[in-house]
Design a protein around this ligand. Sequence first.
Ligand SMILES: *Cc1c(COP(=O)(O)O)cnc(C)c1O
Length: 391
Amino acid sequence: MLKLPIYMDYQATTPVDKRALDAMLPYFTDKFGNAASKSHEFGWYAEKAVEMYRGKIAELIGCKTQEIVITSGATESNNLAVKGIAELFSNVKKKIITAPTEHKSVLDSCSALAKKGFEIYLLKVDKFGLIDLNELRDAIDGNTALVSIMTVNNEIGTIQPVEDIGRICKEKEVLFHTDATQAVGKLPVNVQQMNIDLMSFTAHKMYGPKGVGALYVKSKDPKVKLNPQIDGGGHENGFRSGTLNIPGIVGFGKACEIAANEMSVENEKIKKLGERFYQGLSSQLDDFFINGHPEKRFPGNLNICFKHADSGTLMMSMKEIAVSSGSACSSAAVEPSHVLKAIGLKDDELRSSIRFGIGRFSTEEEIDFAVNKVTESVKKIRSVFKQVLQH
Ligand SMILES: *Cc1c(COP(=O)(O)O)cnc(C)c1O
């Protein structure tokens, strides 16, 4: 039996995998110790769990255990990376290079720095959301402290050429940070191979719990330093103070282990479901197109523009499908998406775009239901629109 509503908002958050939840549960009750308590068994157990599960997080992205700094999520990781590096370099280098399609937590961190006298250089993006590597190469100068470019875009799914960006940054001896929140656990990510110095990601976008994330901080060649944004007991090698969220870390680590084992099979499934969705729509509807890159994209993210169908009206008319017209973080505001604007969508196209997310628990049955529901709703809205035009 099909259970309604259908969840198609996997880019906003994901459910916790039952296996991750089971791993977490003992750490709320029996094994409740503080990992910083060095004088008794409760603390020792907690510390052991942290090290074990931190190891699983590190393994998924190909780094050392001690290079993982635990945070409260990718928003905090992005703030720590961007502000932490900028503040450290503030007396010598004052330029940060990023792109207009980044997550708000990167863009707003940059705006805060701009007010303090930093220079923020926004690279152009093409109609697919890709940056131009030549422009990047030219933009990096002696004043540049950091390049921050996301791996996979959360609204349109476009995958940036991270490995090339990393190589350019290495050549030019400038630090490279990537917000890989929509990539880690879904696509193969290896920080060595991609020449990444700092990388943000979060548990709740990959079937782990909300409120826990990580910043990878390279420890050698170069050893990256940054200014902490939360001061206190000096936890996490001084990068981020505060008592560790042990159940969260356990759930995050378990989610990473599951992702490492199941990613390739899961991706095949998601890709097939994505194609089924798109082809289903194509066979019944016209005048729609996918926002973002046709191939260089995460297949579980389909941001679609249905011409002459207002996205707000469309979502209201298909409440059985949980989707979004932008990023969850900004959907409280009626502002059109800054990402869709940056890739050059016209005003009416901005207001007719919806993001469909496909993930671990999506089924063919759900996709087929969604195809029919979307088709019916779009046709209805368009016919009303036509009647209005005729009067
Ligand atoms: C969700 C998301 C974030 C924010 O992560 P939180 O853990 O919710 O703070 C940052 N960047 C991207 C690309 C995201 O998709």
